[in-house]
Write a protein that binds this ligand. Structure first.
Ligand code: GLC
Length: 681
């Protein structure tokens, strides 16, 4: 028996061995083909072939040839071949396409998501259902009333770090029982609105704002205002607006929507995008996108869904959204930290996406400053408001994106230069902002006594600021205790307005020093009636008025004084305020603001912004049921309930950076010979 079966077994083993050798032989070249396809700049040839039919103006062929597109762009360009111009920019999802792509994907395991969607959507739909039913009743014991929460945090001054968060909650539990009786009567007589029901309502509204693509949740609509006849682009998913939504879902344990958002927007990143025959740099992320249902090619009876991004080519004012890519990197890190799923950030296409954003931001230009040079309206304030140049908000997001990217980039050959540039920029940027953007009473007095026209390497007044620029309002407004980072710095120009997002985010990411961060919160407390008043939080302070408003905004009727971007109040800023306060162990400040918002935000139907100096009116053209007002409130509540979760957004000061700052400190005496830095700091 043994003698008869042995040769058969040996034959089988031999066959098995040869199969293995054959597979290894075939797989190697395939893998190297895909890897090279994924790398930056390697897909040119593919793109050249595939893009030719798209040519319309005669320019696009040339423009596309100069692009660095990745694997997903190959697919994008391929599937838009036969489409009319408007839809050239869309990802589409149809059954035919999905089956084609499944084949591509099977060969290219790193390819993004239409196919991934096919592979995981079934299981997602199931999880989605149970998550939804879970969260419908998902109000935790900590989700108490705002006023009660303020009291507890104020009395728990012993909170020294985030690790103590647990004891806060235990303390709250005890306090909750004690105060329940008082609270019930306050709610009953209408002194305090019931925060349980506000939160419940907010979750319902947030879920209603979810946008699906091919059955998967991929984002949230900007506003779902049934009272507004002019939708404009508020029916789109805005990248920046989705950040608080994404964080709220992450904190609630619903990770899929964020994962999908990250991967689909990544696909949009490397689009062929043009405005009047001009293409912006590769790596740009859209401001927003829309899911459109269009007739299927060649089959009028069927429809398909397409993702249609807007990079500013349709946006009012045609502004390029510089902040989108920066926020995308910040959300990617938060997703990894919160879900524990690092596989997304480790994917080759995601790594490539990060690098494309970095390359775009770190590219050499004419600028002498380490700050990012941008046009007006390139961030949350997305129309003319005199924030061109080096606005603080962009610098704060840029700094965060650099830090987060450094944490997530996997070391590999070829990225050493990028990492070096990134590290250099972090040091230079940090020094520049801390040194030249900071003002408090002391610094203001220095500026007041500045000498001008100093031609030398050791000039004290490096930017030639004329002391007369110090506006009369600032002399009155600056508190004795506290300070802030100014809005913008240009040659002979300091924009002294207080911009909230830039200041708050500089606290969150440690761009501001510890002392500066505390001083910013001190200023917020000292100027509470200006910055919070009846609804948190002023987008900037003060408003541009009169001739200044005419010249700087171009007499913009939407940005009239104390309205909209011109010192209007935006409830969404509550979440950034909360993260900043938690980072500095002063959560009671945020809790107080949340309590103020709760008094009217739900009753006012979750407006986008409020007007007037004391934020008394719902904004003139404000949308109602604005998603990021809803999500911002929820994030603030969730984080105040569990402050340790703020870690997914916070970046602590890095000791390497501090050491580099000390060694590189250009404040010491230096002559031309000593000036070795790449950037002027
Ligand atoms: C407004 C805001 C912008 C926001 C958009 C959608 O344009 O200025 O920051 O992203 O509305 O809500």
């Amino acid at each position: 028996m043994l003698w008869t079966t042995l040769p058969r077994v040996m034959l089988l083993l031999l066959f098995f061995f040869f199969s293995l050798v054959l597979v290894a032989y075939l797989v190697k070249p395939l893998r190297s083909f895909f890897q090279s396809d994924m790398s930056l700049g390697a897909s040119k040839a593919v793109v050249q072939v595939l893009c030719r039919p798209v040519t319309q103006t005669g320019y696009s062929e040339y423009l596309v040839n100069s692009s660095d597109l990745t694997l997903h762009s190959t697919f994008q360009v391929k599937c838009v071949k036969k489409k009319p111009p408007r839809h050239r920019h869309s990802i589409r999802c149809s059954s035919m396409l999905l089956s084609q792509l499944r084949r591509i994907h099977q060969l290219r395991p790193m390819g993004v998501s239409l196919v991934n969607y096919m592979n995981y959507s079934g299981s997602w739909l199931q999880t989605c259902k149970c998550q939804q039913s879970e969260s419908a009743s998902g109000i935790t014991a900590g989700d108490g009333n705002g006023a009660w929460f303020v009291n507890n945090i104020e009395t728990s001054n012993s909170v020294n770090n985030l690790a103590n968060a647990k004891s806060i909650i235990e303390f709250q539990d005890v306090q909750q029982l004690k105060q329940e009786k008082v609270l019930t009567s306050k709610i009953a007589n209408g002194t305090i609105p019931d925060s349980f029901s506000i939160e419940e309502e907010a979750w319902d509204l947030l879920r209603e704002s979810i946008v699906h693509y091919c059955g998967s949740p991929i984002g949230t609509i900007a506003a779902k205002d049934p009272t507004s006849s002019n939708v404009l682009n508020y029916d789109q998913v805005f990248i920046r607006d989705f950040i608080p939504s994404g964080i709220a879902f992450l904190l609630k344990g619903e990770h899929d929507i964020v994962r999908n958002f990250i991967l689909y927007t990544l696909q949009l990143q490397s689009w062929e995008k043009t405005m009047d025959c001009h293409s912006p740099g590769q790596g740009l992320m859209p401001a927003s996108f829309k899911v459109r249902t269009v007739p299927l090619d060649g089959d009028d009876s069927a429809t398909e869904e397409v993702l249609d991004p807007d990079f500013g080519e349709a946006a009012i004012g045609r502004v390029a959204p510089v902040d989108s890519g920066l926020w995308w990197i910040i959300l990617l890190r938060a997703y990894g930290k919160c879900s524990g799923d690092l596989s997304v950030q480790e994917r080759i296409d995601v790594q490539t996406g990060i690098k494309m954003i970095l390359r775009l931001c770190l590219a050499d230009g004419f600028d002498m400053f380490p700050t990012l040079l941008v046009t007006d309206g390139s961030c949350m304030i997305d129309r003319r408001m005199g924030i061109h140049g080096h606005p603080l908000e962009i610098q704060a997001l840029f700094y965060s994106a650099l830090l987060c990217a450094r944490e997530m980039l996997t070391p590999e050959d070829g990225s050493a230069d990028l990492i070096r540039a990134l590290n250099n920029r972090l040091v230079a940027l940090s020094f520049h902002i801390r040194e030249y953007y900071w003002i408090d009473m002391k610094k203001l007095n220095e500026i007041y006594r500045y000498k001008t026209e100093e031609y030398s390497y050791d000039a004290v007044n490096k930017f030639n600021i004329y002391p007369d620029q110090i506006s009369p309002w600032l002399v009155e407004w600056m508190p004795n205790k506290g300070g802030y980072l100014i809005g913008n710095l240009q040659p002979a120009h300091m924009d002294f307005r207080f911009f909230s997002l830039g200041n708050l985010w500089s606290v969150v990411n440690s761009l501001a020093t510890m002392e500066q961060s505390h001083a910013i919160l001190d200023l917020i407390e000292a100027k509470w009636s200006d910055l919070v008043a009846e609804m948190p939080f002023k987008i900037c302070y003060p408003a541009l008025e009169g001739q200044e408003w005419q010249i700087i905004t171009g007499s913009d009727p939407k940005n009239t004084p104390w309205s909209y971007h011109n010192a209007g109040s935006w409830p969404t800023l509550l979440w950034q305020l909360t993260v900043a306060c938690i980072k500095m162990n002063r959560p009671h400040i945020a809790a107080k603001a949340v309590e103020i918002a709760e008094r009217r935000i739900s009753r006012d139907k979750w407006p986008e912004y409020y007007d007037t100096k004391r934020s008394r009116f719902i904004g003139k053209q404000s949308r109602l049921f604005q998603t990021w007002s809803i999500a911002g409130y929820l994030v603030a509540k969730l984080l105040l309930t569990d402050p340790s979760k703020a870690n997914i957004l916070i970046t602590e000061e890095d000791s390497e950076l501090v050491n580099a700052l000390i060694t590189a400190n250009p404040r010491g005496k230096r002559g031309r010979k000593n000036l070795k830095q790449t950037y002027i700091v």
